[in-house]
Design a protein around this ligand. Structure first.
Ligand SMILES: CC(=O)SCCNC(=O)CCNC(=O)[C@H](O)C(C)(C)COP(=O)(O)OP(=O)(O)OC[C@H]1O[C@@H](n2cnc3c(N)ncnc32)[C@H](O)[C@@H]1OP(=O)(O)O
Length: 480
């Protein structure tokens, strides 16, 4: 927020973050430096720092082990007069950062220069992938591991700086072992410069394990009652109980955003928990819009690969009744439940992604698009058949029924005609959103394919160019 007061500086402008690495002349910055998105939870609702002119708060992180270093510079400091005192920048940041961040510049540079050259991120290597010609690694560890905890302590100031309403984890919590952390690192090829470490931190995500409480439905199976007895006698490993895994904080650093790395990290974490026998459901804590998009598209791509999911169809034999409740077998329920359980998705998320997929399968003549209805008619010249219309009406009814159930309380406060109009309006806006997401998914696949030198259909680009060239040659021959 701009201010006319010469002693006030917007905190998001003053704070500058960078990744650095040791260099023969001191330290060098890797990539570009970046400002935070938010700082209200640190410097106050107005995001203003009072009491300095030409203020710069540089927060540098050693790109590999993320050792932080704070440096605050300014041309003038306001002399404290009564209650009007300059903001205590160090005091405030001490609450959020480890002591090591407040070392002198000299000590910091010596420390990062003497970091072991064979340093690797904490935890275990969980995945390696290529993106845009670079190698990335995902390292996974439990927060009870001291090396994992140390790294999280250094980086979790990023949470309030980049996630709205995000709060750092309480690292002194006795149940800290319920957290798993996934670190994303770019790994440079065998160091040309043998003095530097090949790892550059690109982002991280955390996941929390909740015990999955199932109502005891007697009689308990012998194994369940054994577990219960063992839990009561406290000699049972709690990590073996069924749980819900919730992705809580997810950050890709600005220099690494918009490269498809977020979706890759998310998909990796998702697959980890698909293969984790105790996890019954994978959820996300307070996702923002950008994360919702990322997750919808990644979940859609994941589900579309499952043969059982591909089998889920709109049952066009269903007759739409003139009155009474909407039918609940538009998609066969048993098959639906089985795929959802296998995909470990929360009910609403699974319903959304399936609706999106089924919408993409509708005929062009009825499928909602991202154009306004009038323009839509112009682009879809084919006239819909009765069957196509029927299938679309069933799809819309299924969506409407879920939205009604989800918003039952709010809709219940409206008169019936208003309720119908509101519900129709909501259905249309969800259709639009699905069309947007489907277009985005396609776009993302094309970008991904281009980055990998593949055409969107999975063929090597060179192969496709060759086919195109030979096809155009043939065309010329036929013309002659
Ligand atoms: C549970 C929670 O924590 S919610 C909070 C989520 N975290 C945050 O908001 C913190 C700050 N933001 C971030 O960390 C990141 O921006 C995230 C996690 C939201 C998204 O991660 P990213 O890696 O940037 O995702 P992605 O690369 O898909 O970026 C999205 C854009 O890049 C495009 N893109 C995707 N893949 C590629 C690619 N291979 N090449 C080029 N562009 C690509 C997408 O089409 C998309 O473009 P659009 O936004 O214009 O439609």
């Amino acid at each position: 927020m701009a201010s006319d007061n010469p002693w006030s500086t917007p905190s998001n402008d003053a704070l500058l973050l960078s990744l650095v690495a040791p260099s023969p002349t001191g330290v060098k910055t890797i990539g570009h430096s970046f400002h935070p998105k938010f700082s209200y939870s640190i410097f106050g609702e107005d995001e203003i720092i009072f009491g300095y002119q030409e203020l710069e708060i540089n927060l540098r992180f050693n790109a590999s082990d993320m050792r932080p270093n704070l440096s605050v510079t300014y041309s003038k400091k306001f002399p404290a007069v009564g209650e009007a005192e300059p903001t205590d920048i160090h005091g405030i940041l001490r609450e959020l950062m480890p002591d090591v961040a407040f070392q002198s510049k000299g000590d910091y540079e010596t420390a990062i220069k003497t970091l072991r050259k064979d340093w690797t991120p904490p935890g275990e290597l969980a995945a390696t992938f290529l993106a845009q010609g670079n190698t990335f690694e995902v390292w996974k560890g439990n927060l009870a591991d001291t090396a994992v905890k140390q790294l999280v302590k250094r980086i979790q100031i990023l949470v309030p700086l980049f996630i709205e309403a995000g709060t750092p984890i309480n690292l002194d919590d006795p149940e800290v072992n319920q957290w798993t952390v996934f670190f994303l690192y770019q790994k440079s090829a065998a160091a040309g410069d043998a003095s530097s470490n090949p790892y550059t931190f690109a982002g991280y995500a955390t996941a929390y394990r909740f015990f999955f409480l199932r109502l005891p439905t007697p009689p308990l199976s012998p194994s369940e009652s054994d577990v219960e007895k063992a839990v009561l006698s406290q000699d049972f490993d709690l990590s073996r109980l069924p749980c819900r895994t919730r992705i809580a904080q997810f950050i890709i650093l600005p220099p690494f955003q918009q490269k498809g790395l977020g979706p890759k990290l998310y998909s990796h974490i998702f697959k980890e928990y698909i293969n984790h026998p105790q996890t019954v459901e994978i959820t996300v804590e307070d996702p923002n819009e950008a994360f919702d998009d990322l997750r919808d598209i990644a979940d859609l791509q994941y589900l579309r690969q499952l043969p059982d999911f591909q089998q889920l169809r709109i049952n066009t034999d269903v007759v739409i009744p003139k009155t009474g409740p909407a039918p609940d077998n538009i998609v066969k329920k048993a098959a639906y439940d089985a795929v959802r359980a296998k995909a470990k998705m929360a009910p609403r998320q699974f319903a959304r992604v399936l609706e999106m997929h089924l919408m993409s399968q509708l005929a062009d003549s009825v499928r909602p698009g991202i154009n306004f209805p009038e323009e839509e008619k112009k682009v879809t010249s084919a006239k819909a058949t009765r069957e196509q219309e029927h299938e679309y009406r069933l799809w819309r009814l299924m969506l409407k029924k879920r939205l009604y159930q989800h918003n039952r309380d709010a809709l219940g406060e409206l008169e019936i005609p208003d309720r119908i109009a509101k519900l129709d309006e909501t259905v249309s806006s969800v259709e639009f959103d699905y069309a947007r997401l489907l277009a985005k998914a396609e776009d993302q696949q094309e970008k991904e394919a281009a980055a990998n030198g593949l055409a969107a259909n999975g063929k090597r680009k060179a192969e496709e160019d060759a086919e195109e060239a030979s096809a155009s040659k043939k065309a010329r021959v036929e013309d002659a």
